[in-house]
Design a protein around this ligand. Structure first.
Ligand SMILES: *Cc1c(COP(=O)(O)O)cnc(C)c1O
Length: 302
């Protein structure tokens, strides 16, 4: 079995904001109930190319943090396609308390073999990858966040005839694979904006190497740092959900949409611009985020 292109069209919904621009959101979060958003497309060719060759006892190994959408997605791919998976998880301390983490419990239930490594070991992922490839010569090793050439190629499937009509294409940026694919395969007249949720000065160059185009701009949207959730972020996401009935999560899509609204207010986009934001999914992360917020006696994400 392989990953399939969904037969149902991914909807593009208008967000009415009563301003001089037109704003839309493409619901890539709806691509698959368990393999969410951009991670589905980033894994698509990686997994299908590999499974096309490795018919006997395939194994997928990857890396991620405790709340990782990528870990969640890879584990679900393994379950769906009947493929063994190993997840290398950052943080040795989780060894004893991973059962309190909904993302890791989900991965475990999907049959993922979780291996916890220290932050130091994790930082040296290249060495770790080499070691794993020696230990499991037939395995597919997918990098953290799933970003590589095949991932960029997969993101092409987020674009179609309908997306060609927009002046601006917006996405949240983590490792840069998604924006690289959008930049590489969009139309020549379209501008791409990446909302950076991590503070990483090498991203501009990483993305350029993957797309080789200069049609993209990066805008800082980290709101205090990767994974940090401010009260204003929660307020924004909850208001957005009530108004438009579209859920956002706190790490990527919530911060992107909040920044897009700020840019519209500041007059960043010329009048009559047509703006498309990709909802890259990741809603599985809300449960884990709410557990942390609850412990801090803070308002929860609805
Ligand atoms: C992983 C992820 C991103 C970032 O994608 P990159 O290709 O790593 O830049 C954006 N949004 C969501 C919901 C994600 O899970």
């Amino acid at each position: 079995m392989l990953l399939k292109v969904p037969t149902e069209k991914i909807p593009i919904q208008e967000i009415f904001i009563d301003k001089k621009v037109k704003l839309f959101i493409k619901r890539e979060d709806l691509v698959h109930p368990l393999i969410s958003g951009n991670k589905y497309w980033k894994l698509f060719h990686n997994v299908n190319n590999y499974l096309g060759i490795h018919i006997e006892d395939p194994l997928i190994i990857t890396f991620g943090g405790a709340f990782s959408n990528h870990i969640s997605a890879v584990s679900a791919v393994g379950k769906l396609l009947g493929v063994r998976t190993i997840g290398i998880i950052r943080g040795e301390e989780l060894k004893d308390k991973w059962r309190d983490n909904p993302t890791l419990v989900f991965a475990f239930r999907n049959g993922m073999n979780l291996k916890f490594v220290s932050r130091e070991e994790y930082r040296n992922k290249e060495k770790l990858s080499e070691f794993l490839q020696q230990e499991f010569p037939g395995a597919l090793i997918v990098p953290e966040g799933g970003t590589n050439e095949d991932a960029v190629q997969g993101v092409k499937m987020m674009l179609n005839n309908e997306t060609k009509e927009f002046d601006y294409l917006c996405t949240a940026v983590g490792t840069g694979g998604t924006i690289a694919g959008i930049s590489k395969f969009c139309e020549g007249n379209q501008k791409v904006i990446g909302f950076k949720v991590v503070d990483d000065s090498s991203l501009q160059e990483t993305i350029y190497q993957l797309t080789l185009k200069k049609n993209f701009n990066l805008i800082d949207s980290s709101f205090g740092g990767y994974g940090k959730i401010k009260d204003e972020n929660i307020r924004f996401m909850n208001d957005f959900k009530e108004k438009y009935d579209i859920p956002l999560e706190p790490i990527y899509t919530g911060k992107m949409m909040q920044k897009v609204f700020e840019l519209i207010d500041e007059g960043y986009f010329p009048e009559d611009s047509k703006i498309l934001c990709f909802h890259t999914g990741g809603l599985q992360g809300i449960e884990g985020a709410n557990l942390l917020l609850e412990k801090q006696n803070r308002k929860l994400i609805i």
